[in-house]
Design a protein around this ligand. Structure first.
Ligand SMILES: [Zn+2]
Length: 86
């Protein structure tokens, strides 16, 4: 059974960008952050926003204060924030 999680970027430029992932396909928080970043970059490329693509490539997206076990215990409609601020 899929384990959907709503991931949303928290960042000055890309804040609000949202992707629903299936937690069953991930093993680490870094994998999730990398997937969100790739999805963001591909979305920006699709609409030819090259300056923003370069900006996104330089972002170090990460997940704060949570371990993988806590992600499994979240509710499906909770938002998992992926930080791009620090
Ligand atoms: Zn941060």
């Amino acid at each position: 059974m899929p384990t959907p999680r709503v991931c949303q970027i928290s960042d000055d430029t890309f804040g609000g960008f949202e992707v629903v992932i299936d937690l069953d396909y991930f093993y680490t928080l870094d994998e999730i952050s990398a997937f969100i970043k790739t999805t963001l970059i591909n979305s920006l490329k699709r609409v030819h926003l090259e300056v923003l693509v370069n900006n996104a490539k330089n972002k170090k997206l990460h997940i704060h204060d949570k371990n993988f076990c806590q992600l499994r215990n979240m509710n499906a409609d909770d938002i998992l924030y992926v930080c791009g601020h620090c």
